[in-house]
Design a protein around this ligand. Structure first.
Ligand code: NFS
Ligand code: SF4
Length: 655
């Protein structure tokens, strides 16, 4: 197995391959090399049957030792590890949401500094959805209530008061389901504390109880993410269609190049603003100006709202530095490989960490104090300008690879595009196209890169296959990063890869929007960063309402073809809980227990309508996703016919 992995292509991204080829035989180490050094990886850990919860361990399940030292069975160990993974993801997303909440609390209290409400219409929409009065009130008054409620979503302790953000954003059947299964969260912090306690040595040994708690925790992930997206839109604006470009060719030979890496727009928005103001300083240093560009989800945030180009996605973050043309890499939170610092030390690049709980030894640390945000952002840009002066031209080698990107499809923006076809009921444009057979369903591509599979390959192969079969595609996170880099987020890709039905659908949108939008529709709609998976799920909710069905009948599937992080596991878990089939292209550490594996792959469907599919082969994965969509389209049709024939309401709670 390890040998096979060594022979495999490392990436299908031509820019990444170019950088890798140049350094082959050189001494700069990257994740691609470290992955090979790591082979063979431990199969106990890989399948989930290694427990390190207490320090009598590690306990591995073998033929000789069928239980942990404390007597924990494999199903307990796998389920407990799963809950710990979900906890990691949930905490990360919720911490991100909380950070934005607390910055906005400052606005409420009258010391927002450089931050203020940008999108008052979104504020009103969010408030209205949450049941907060908006009539005759100022933005400041409405925001106060929204932020107080957001803070309660983290801290509520009463056992009979439940998350409002969850209740108000999904269909009522999903809330009922969560209540029935006793997984409706009171609040994020309460659930996280419960779950950490539940996974301590000598606490819960019941695998089913642990799995249910994983789903409850995953719902907190959804709440934290939804808060992050809603508040980011209010603070920085709801994305609208934007044209940009992606891949390492966006690096300027003569500009100060600042890579924005991480997740939270609180920092990156300010750096983009400061960079725009400081062009003259860069010129005084001999540069032609300053260019910002994004990596990972901070990249997605500033692409969506500011049109900032995409430099690369997760796996190739170190390779971007190896072009010799990145002057500063500014990072906030999550998915930052510590390896970037080691690579940066071979060049003039400065790694700038900014957040108290994300530091890297030897990097620059600029404490990003939000009360002095713009001043701090200027300090960061100044470091980049200084670094530019030290750039060694003999080390610069920029792959001339870039592709046009049309992005910015928040659900609001997508709805507006659809409204050009049907102003009275925009979402019906999609449901009609599915009902008529023009579209085979909708698929969300989400998630990361993972060296266990070839970089970017699963993403692209599955997307092209689904497009050929007329599936409407939306994307977030590093999946969207892959598509951006490899030229799938533009209308040329529609010509190349879309089946006839999808083409006809997108052309109808083009025709209706031709006076409004400068660009034609892309093959895949980029909905934003990973927290913006809630935008994609809001689309599911809108479709369910239009079809008057609970979500398990909606022909919508999700795929994380190259899942890597704990966040991907928590997202996948709430997407399943909220009724969707989820394909994962890298098998998570679950199959070590046949019971837990069976729950994920099958039993989940009986309870929630959603379920997981593990499939590493991209062509097989495409077939499974298409089959899952087909089944739902068929059920939808049967129910509609029953409804028409017997003039009854469709039985919305069965599937
Ligand atoms: Ni999502 Fe976005 Fe990328 Fe994965 Fe990391 S950046 S939050 S976790 S690797 S998609
Ligand atoms: Fe081993 Fe039990 Fe400790 Fe886990 S909790 S390490 S199974 S003794």
């Amino acid at each position: 197995m390890a040998e096979k992995k060594k022979d495999r292509n490392l990436s299908i991204d031509p820019a990444a391959l170019e950088v890798l080829a140049k350094t082959e035989g050189g001494n700069i180490e990257t994740a691609y090399q470290r992955y090979l050094n790591m082979q063979p990886q431990c199969q106990y850990g890989n399948t989930g049957i290694c427990c390190t919860i207490c320090i009598q361990g590690p306990c591995r399940i073998t033929k000789k030792a069928s239980k942990g030292i404390c007597g924990a069975a494999p199903y307990t160990i796998v389920a407990r590890n799963l809950l710990r993974h979900v906890l990691g993801g949930t905490s990360c997303h919720s911490d991100h949401g909380l950070h934005i909440t607390m910055v906005m609390k400052e606005i409420v209290d009258g010391h927002g500094g450089d931050y203020s409400i940008t999108d008052s219409a979104k504020l009103k929409r969010v408030a209205d959805r949450l049941g907060i009065p908006i009539e005759g009130r100022t933005d400041q008054e409405i925001l106060k209530d929204v932020i107080n409620l957001a803070m309660e979503e983290f801290s509520r302790l009463d056992k009979d008061k439940y998350s409002v953000w969850l209740e108000k954003t999904v269909v009522p059947e999903r809330v009922e389901k969560a209540m029935d299964c006793n997984i409706m969260p009171n609040s994020i912090h309460k659930t996280v504390t419960e779950s950490m306690a539940q996974t301590h040595m000598g606490m819960d040994a019941d695998p089913v109880n642990l799995v249910f708690q994983s789903l409850k925790t995953a719902l907190c992930d959804y709440i934290g993410m939804h808060i992050a997206t809603d508040l980011s839109d209010i603070l920085f604006g709801t994305p609208t269609p934007v044209v940009s470009e992606a891949n390492m060719g966006v690096l300027g030979e003569k500009t100060v190049n600042i890579a924005l890496h991480g997740h939270n727009p609180i920092l990156s928005e300010m750096v983009v603003r400061a960079a725009r103001e400081m062009q003259d300083e860069a010129k005084a240093a001999g540069a032609e100006g300053i260019k910002c560009m994004g990596i990972c989800c901070t990249g997605n945030e500033v692409l969506m709202r500011q049109g900032v180009p995409v430099l690369t996605n997760f796996l190739s973050q170190e390779l971007a530095i190896m072009t010799g043309a990145v002057d500063a890499m500014v990072v906030d939170v999550q998915c930052i490989m510590p390896g970037v610092q080691t690579v940066a030390e071979c060049f003039h690049t400065k790694i700038i960490t900014t957040i108290p709980n994300v530091k890297i030894p030897s990097s620059y640390y600029v404490d990003f104090d939000e009360t002095r945000a713009l001043e701090k952002a200027r300090e960061i840009v100044s470091i980049a300008i200084e670094a530019f002066k030290e750039r060694d031209p003999s080390k610069v080698s920029i792959p001339q690879v870039k592709n046009k990107v049309v992005a910015g499809f928040s659900l609001e923006a997508l709805t507006e595009v659809l409204a050009a076809v049907n102003p009275d009921n925009p979402i019906k444009v999609i449901t009609d196209a599915v009902d008529s057979g023009e579209l085979a369903g909708i698929c969300l591509f989400a998630g990361c890169n993972n060296l266990k599979v070839t970089h970017d390959e699963n993403h692209t192969v599955i997307a092209r296959e689904l497009a050929k079969n007329n599936v409407l595609l939306v994307a977030t996170g590093c999946a969207a990063g892959s598509f951006a880099k490899l030229g799938l987020l533009n209308s040329d890709a529609v010509e190349k890869y879309a089946g006839e039905g999808l083409k006809a659908f997108l052309n109808r949108l083009n025709e209706a929007n031709k006076d409004k939008l400068q660009e034609k529709m892309p093959l895949i709609f980029h909905m934003g960063s990973c927290v913006d998976n809630t935008r994609a799920y809001d689309l599911v909710t809108a479709l369910a309402k239009q079809w008057q069905m609970d979500t398990p009948k909606v022909p919508f599937a999700a795929s994380a073809p190259e899942a890597m992080s704990e966040k991907a596991i928590s997202i996948g878990s709430w997407v399943v809980t909220l009724g969707m089939p989820v394909h994962v292209g890298v098998i998570p550490p679950i199959p070590g227990s046949a019971l837990i594996d069976g729950i994920a792959l099958q039993i989940a469907q009986d309870v929630y309508g959603g379920y997981f599919m593990w499939e590493e082969d991209p062509m097989e994965a495409s077939k499974k996703l298409l089959a899952a969509l087909q089944e739902r389209v068929w059920k939808l049709k049967v129910h509609r016919m029953a409804k028409e024939r017997y003039e009854t309401e469709a039985i919305s709670k069965t599937w």
